[in-house]
Design a protein around this ligand. Structure first.
Ligand SMILES: Nc1nc2c(ncn2[C@@H]2O[C@H](COP(=O)(O)OP(=O)(O)OP(=O)(O)O)[C@@H](O)[C@H]2O)c(=O)[nH]1
Ligand SMILES: [Mg+2]
Length: 304
């Protein structure tokens, strides 16, 4: 099997075994009955697809069944695969600045995987011969700066930081200025996931977004929201709040490997209407993959 596909298959084992494995188990040699539709609907909802996507898919399959005169429930498998695939966009391009540096803000709730994703992205850009700089704009949590510095040392990427409790906007501004002075290609700014209140957090992020635009008028070139896919509906609600505050341009779906809720990718696509750019398929630095919709479908349906 192609290396990329096997990585996705392993990374999505929890989702394919539990959520979609159950779907596969009801689609067999048995006849299609009303119960098949009820079970399918219930299992797709349990697989975190969301109600509207589930309803759409079940209706589409019912239409196909009538049109093609399908009798056995395993005839639904291929059609289900096609319905799922048609609900994902093709692999997205990552549009950054035409002339370097590109400034990328990483946002998301605490623990969602921002700092780890910054490291993974840093490694990915370095592998493309890009010069990278990190900005540690999470000045709220004591260990946050050190965590990024550890990655910086390991990956040989510089880190701009400020004093604890200092202004994150100032750190972000200094990072962009330093990035221009050092002639880097990519500036990755890690932000806080928690402040005293969510209102404070959103205000702070808005400020960081504004301030980097003062340091470089075209910046930020990207604001990537890191979503923890183990948290289901919660992650969707939080994403809506981020989207209202800052101009989120793309999504990084973290922890797909430890989640049985990979099906939420469909709900995310349907509700947030934002490009899904990367997927976290493990904790290691090489475990960030460009979101590949075909490999994703193969991975979640590997029990089919
Ligand atoms: N299995 C797995 N673990 C991940 C992935 N991404 C992040 N993690 C783990 O999730 C935990 C939190 O990750 P962080 O990168 O520190 O999250 P954060 O958003 O920076 O958190 P705060 O700085 O507290 O806001 C760490 O233990 C990471 O190793 C992933 O794709 N897969
Ligand atoms: Mg962090």
């Amino acid at each position: 099997m192609d290396n990329t596909f096997s990585k996705w298959k392993n990374g999505l084992a929890k989702t394919s075994k539990s959520a979609f494995g159950r779907v596969a188990s009801i689609l067999g040699a048995s006849e299609i009955t009303d119960e098949t539709w009820d079970d399918l609907e219930a299992l797709l909802i349990q697989a975190d697809l969301g109600i509207s996507t589930t309803t759409d898919i079940v209706e589409a399959l019912q239409r196909n069944t009538r049109d093609f005169g399908w009798v056995r429930s395993d005839e639904l498998k291929t059609a289900l695969r096609a319905e799922l695939r048609s609900r994902l966009d093709d692999q997205q391009n990552i549009n950054l600045a035409e002339t370097p540096p590109s400034v990328i803000l990483l946002v998301g709730v605490n623990g969602s995987g921002k700092t780890t994703s910054a490291a993974k992205l840093g490694a990915r850009f370095i592998a493309q011969d890009k010069k990278v700089l990190f900005g540690a704009a999470d000045t709220f949590r004591a260990a946050a700066v050190e965590q990024l510095q550890v990655w910086g040392e390991r990956l040989q990427i510089g880190v701009i930081s400020g004093q604890p409790e200092s202004d994150p906007g100032a750190v972000a501004y200094n990072t962009v200025q330093a990035g221009i002075a050092r002639d880097v290609d990519i500036i990755l700014i890690d932000t806080a996931g928690r402040l005293h209140t969510r209102f404070n957090l959103m205000q702070e992020l808005e400020k960081v977004e504004r301030v980097v635009g003062k340091a470089l008028s075209s910046a930020p070139h990207a604001v990537w929201l890191v979503m923890d896919t183990t948290t289901g509906e919660n992650a969707l609600q939080q994403a809506r709040a981020f989207k209202e505050s800052v101009n989120v341009t793309g999504l990084i779906l973290s922890k797909l490997d430890s989640s049985a809720r990979g099906g939420m990718v469909f709900a995310i696509r349907n509700e947030l209407k934002l490009p899904i750019l990367f997927a976290g398929l493990g904790e290691k630095v090489e475990d960030l993959e460009i979101f590949n919709p075909d490999a994703f479908i193969e991975g979640i349906l590997s029990e089919f």
